[in-house]
Design a protein around this ligand. Structure first.
Ligand SMILES: [Zn+2]
Length: 359
């Protein structure tokens, strides 16, 4: 027990300055033990800081990626051009330049970088090898999509007086544009609201009732559209899907009452991941805007969905520059085109990974 503690302290010291090559020789290789299984492959894990961790060098080797370690950064790359960069202490990584958040930070140990078993199983490996979990995906491309413009009526959401714009108005305008684009591509679309109204008279149940609307309509996909609010300097796009069971949400630092719970929406964890990444990547490609990352949260509107769902925070109305951008119809059209492109990319991926059986 004490040896483990000493090792953990040494690793903590090592990861906070540089890689663990500075740790005493006896601590270079943390004990590995069988643990995670993903895609028929068993991933050895090591116990670090009270969590099971997977070595990124092993991930690279088993998946046929090239592994390069330089300073605090580890890069995994393949011949197909995929490039994924992890950095010691950081709680996110970049996959093909797109920022993806994990539940716990990367740690340095034994001349490598390690991620938690949970992040490996629920985020990193499923993004690298989506086909390995194809059986967990819905069959075929989505047909009916429910668009959910956030807020409405007496609930304006975030407002920016200088740019004379409110979240409820911008979200509805973007959703109507997305509907047009998706219908033109043959999707059926329903909206939780088409006017400036509250979804429910009771604000406490407004969000779960939006999910219930999608469930009743037998939606194949749910897209909630919002605009963000934060201290004035913050700008960019955030894209959310429901946090998987047992995982910490992006902003959380400790488990709470909801962490151990399996929510109905968690049946779609793998599809949510592919959807969230596809929509976030499309937003980053379509808009010149800072990348706040693909994140996980247990938002009320996503918890009880009976289909995959995503919530996009398209821009910060709390930032005057972004609010002025959002006030222009051309920018709202760009946002709508990016969301639609993300939905189409996800649909095409589903068609490839889980095609409908031929009749
Ligand atoms: Zn909102």
């Amino acid at each position: 027990m004490i040896r483990v503690l000493v090792a953990a302290l040494a690793l903590l010291a090592a990861s906070s300055c540089a890689l663990a090559r500075q740790a005493p020789a006896g601590l270079r290789a943390p004990p590995t033990r069988p643990g995670a299984v993903f895609g028929q492959i068993e991933w050895p894990t090591a116990r670090l800081y009270g969590d099971d961790y997977v070595d990124l060098a092993v991930v690279a080797r088993k998946l046929g990626f090239k592994f390069a370690l330089a300073g605090r950064k580890a890069t995994l790359s393949d011949a197909g051009g995929t490039r994924c960069v992890f950095e010691d202490i950081e709680r996110d990584f970049h996959l093909d330049g797109i920022r993806v958040h994990m539940s716990k930070p990367v740690v340095a140990s034994a001349d490598s970088l390690w991620i938690t078993k949970q992040d490996a199983e629920k985020t990193v490996l499923p993004l690298f090898r989506p086909a390995d979990l194809a059986a967990q995906l819905p069959v075929g491309a989505p047909r009916l999509i429910v668009l959910d413009p956030g807020h409405g009526g007496t609930d304006p959401g975030t407002e920016n007086a200088k740019a004379r714009i409110s979240e409820k108005t911008a979200a509805l305008d973007v959703a109507l544009r997305v509907r047009k684009l998706l219908e033109a591509r043959g999707y059926r679309v329903k909206m939780t609201r088409e006017k400036d109204t509250r979804f429910s008279g009771n604000p406490r149940v407004d969000l779960p009732m939006r999910a219930a609307f999608a469930n009743k309509a037998l939606a194949d996909l749910f897209v909630s559209i919002h605009f963000n609010n934060a201290p004035e300097s913050i700008k960019g796009v955030e894209t959310y899907t429901l946090t998987p069971q047992h995982m910490l949400s992006t902003a959380s630092t400790a488990p709470d009452d909801d962490t151990p719970r399996a929510l109905p929406g968690n049946r779609y964890d793998h599809a949510n991941l592919l959807l969230g990444f596809a929509v976030h990547r499309a937003m980053m490609r379509g808009l010149e805007t800072p990348d706040r990352g693909y994140k996980r949260a247990r938002w009320a509107v996503l918890r009880t969905l009976a289909c995959p769902g995503v919530l996009v925070e398209c821009a910060y109305l709390s930032n005057d520059e972004e609010a002025r951008r959002v006030a222009k119809p051309e920018f709202r059209q760009q946002i709508a085109e990016s969301i639609a492109a993300g939905v189409v990319a996800y649909s095409e991926q589903l068609e490839k990974l889980r095609p409908e059986p031929k009749k």
